[in-house]
Design a binder for this molecule. Sequence first.
Ligand SMILES: Nc1ncnc2c1ncn2[C@@H]1O[C@H](COP(=O)(O)OP(=O)(O)O)[C@@H](O)[C@H]1O
Ligand SMILES: [Mg+2]
Length: 580
Amino acid sequence: MTQSSWFGADGHRRFQVLWQDGDRVFCRRVDGERDVLAVLLAAEHPAPAALDRLAHEYSLKDELDGAWAVRPLELERDRGRTILVLEDPGGEPLGRLLGGPFELGRFLRLAIGIAAALGKAHQRGLVHKDLKPAHILVNRTTGEVKLTGFGIASRLLRERQAPEPPETIAGTLAYMAPEQTGRMNRSIDARSDLYALGVTLYQMLTGSLPFTAVDPMDWVHCHIARKPVPPSERLENVPAQVSAIIMKLLAKTAEERYQTAAGVASDLRRCLAQWEAQDYIDEFPLGRQDTPDRLRIPEKLYGRAREVDTLLGGFDRVIKSGAPELVLVSGYSGIGKSSVVNELHKVLVPPRGLFASGKFDQYKRDIPYATLAQAFHSLVRPLLGKSDTELGGWRDALLETLGPNGRLMTDLVPELKLIIGDQPPVPELPPQDAQRRFQLVFRRFISVFARPEHPLALFLDDLQWLDAATLDLLEDLLTRSDLQHLMLIGAYRDNEVDAVHPLRQKLDAVKNAGAKVAEITLAPLAQEHLGLLIADRASLRAGARGVARATGAREDGRKSVLRHSVRLFARRRGNARLRP
Ligand SMILES: Nc1ncnc2c1ncn2[C@@H]1O[C@H](COP(=O)(O)OP(=O)(O)O)[C@@H](O)[C@H]1O
Ligand SMILES: [Mg+2]
């Protein structure tokens, strides 16, 4: 293609703009020279991220099959602009067809097409991550559906989004699954696309989005905490069954959603068949054909009843006496420290207690308090879903306790602003005083959550990597403070914490100061439990090997504890040949 073939002297007349979405202009070439679609960037100097997305979509060209996706053909540069050239299968973006509610038959036919196309993308091992009407091309004559807009699609089966400011998260906030906002402590996988599918179908069926929000943080709040009004309540002619399918797609946690696009398509087909045959849709159990195509190894813990009991015992004491305790869980990497402590999570459901956790990161030691921020984020988030009256109680307590220093905590946990509003800046202080002030405000902040009626368990994982600022803060919490109803749990790799590690030294200081400290050292699993684990695992493997091979699923997780325990067991028995 020649240099000037895209941008002639007549400017943009060679294109018909089909859709503009932020910086991205989606157009069809109309000068008769080539039947192609093109994605251009509106800005003369586009952001590097926008260019990366075009390049990324192009790089997926071998995976994007023309049967269900709009295929990238070329990535061209013309007069300094980058253009992603796509095959033109005909049709137009679904976004252009939206307006009022779709007629039910038409809705169902299209919805089936979209679910089927999405299922194909998932089978290819892709997670789209930005499914929305602008990225669905519909051919009105043939009814065919093709997906496009793969600029942030992922080949990873699961990944984590960090809780970045919502403005900078890639994707489209109005359609974004809760876990994709980075504020759910959950991974993104194909089921995140099913949530976006739910939002899209909701919009097609009712003519409006399930939520309206005023700013990015508000969108995040809607997705993680607010319950959408069911489509059948918005519009009375929407059959209950169709409404229920959409609500299942919009479930907050991926486990409660459909697990596969094929499962959704199957239920929608059944609706369509009934609708065409009898003008009426009977109720039927949802998800009959919704067989997960990946193995999810059951999360069962073997042989740690004693350790879990010790933890629960500690919490009971905190409930009864109010005096704070520190419980330390140590052992080799992979022996099961995090798993044991997380068992507590299931027991400490509100209102009996609150559980918050954060994990130190080897590579984030230079960011002070990052882990505490993570932990408190997990406490604040559920509050956002509370009724106005309940939330009012929290707001009053927080405002009263934090006084003029609220800003220090909203800087640490930005979601807090949704509860107590923007806070005025605090006066500058010399570093020493600023640290003391922070520690004081932080203790007060914790005291709002750690109350007699719901003591707080605060779990800090991988303490061997904690930052210096947090270390000081912990010492302050456990020794100087008048703080009550708090159980602090710390897990660390004892082989990485020697006598001169700052953590060890601080722990000794804390103990000497008279704080209550309990220690749990995890030993390799006992023979009988190990036997059970291996037996379960073997039968799971035998049954699942075929599925795993067919879907490319990997058995993740348990390897390290198993390997470690078996090795030790073998050593004890003097049988070096036993291998996991
Ligand atoms: N007692 C156990 N029974 C079953 N699986 C276990 C057990 N302990 C650990 N695991 C598994 O081993 C892996 C490593 O455990 P983890 O708790 O992350 O170890 P650590 O925190 O000590 O590094 C996890 O996948 C976990 O589910
Ligand atoms: Mg761990």
